[in-house]
Write a protein that binds this ligand. Structure first.
Ligand SMILES: [Zn+2]
Length: 257
């Protein structure tokens, strides 16, 4: 049975957010959330899941993100945590990344896309138009300067779940709702399956309540997507790695085989 040979969690920025901005019914407690990306090594090529914040954010967050910094406070991000530097630190070449799968195009996931002009970029249909021209309430979540440099890139827009290499080892799962094209990535490793949830789930307590986020594009769909991932976890199909959950960042090994 084919599998990916390695899953590597790449360090990124940390920001502070109130729990109630991460899930409906949450408290005023401030949580420090990690913003990782993930590199998957497969015999047929490297896959990057999410790309973190733009390099510019490491030096001038207010200048680059503008009004979004009102909600995303206390950004801690060094040039060494930018995704291309992280890939090099782990001994790979950024130009060898063949596929970049973005969970969605919010500013903390799409900032590094412009660093991979040679790769195929993969998202779900509906995400790109929404990111370029979002609803007014969602506008601060997308940064045009993250998107514009990628207009000429090789974009592939999916409409349903996809098996990236055709061997069952890396599957892109449609988990829309947070945004129109939100997706997750299921990676089969020697040790078992891991699902990288992107922002389908923000923090682990959402698995209990299925509570979406106030600012989700479609709250009902977002909640159904959380349930879909919870069912996959409960049936033993895969472990869930919730990108922004600080406990998951501590729970899992950062290099897995
Ligand atoms: Zn996010």
């Amino acid at each position: 049975m084919s599998q990916a040979t390695k899953l590597i969690a790449l360090d990124g920025a940390t920001i502070s957010m109130k729990e109630r901005h991460l899930m409906m019914g949450g408290s005023d407690r401030v949580i420090d959330i990690p913003i990782p990306s993930f590199l998957i090594e497969h015999p047929k090529g490297l896959v990057l899941f999410d790309t973190g914040c733009a390099p510019e954010v490491a030096t001038d967050p207010e200048g680059y993100w503008g009004p979004a910094t009102k909600f995303l406070r206390n950004i801690r991000y060094t040039p060494d945590q930018v995704v291309d530097r992280q890939i090099k630190l782990h001994g790979y070449r950024p130009e060898d990344v063949k596929f970049v799968v973005v969970s969605h195009l919010h500013l903390d996931h799409s900032g590094g896309m412009k660093l991979f002009p040679q790769a195929q970029l993969i998202t779900f249909k509906g995400e790109l138009p929404y990111a370029y021209w979002p609803d007014r309430k969602a506008r601060n979540g997308f940064i045009l300067a993250d998107l514009l440099p990628t207009r000429g890139f090789d974009w592939r827009e999916l409409t349903e779940d996809a098996d990236l290499f055709g061997d069952g080892s890396v599957n892109i799962i449609k988990t829309a709702g947070h945004t129109p094209g939100e997706c997750s990535l299921k990676v089969r490793l020697k040790r078992g399956n891991v699902i990288l949830t992107g922002d389908t789930i923000h923090i682990r307590p959402q698995l209990e309540t299925l509570a979406a986020m106030d600012s989700d594009y479609d709250i009902g769909e977002a909640s159904a997507s959380i349930r879909r991932l919870r069912d996959m976890q409960d049936s033993g199909e895969a472990a869930l790695w919730i990108s922004h959950d600080p406990d998951d960042w501590k729970r899992y090994e950062h290099v897995m085989e």
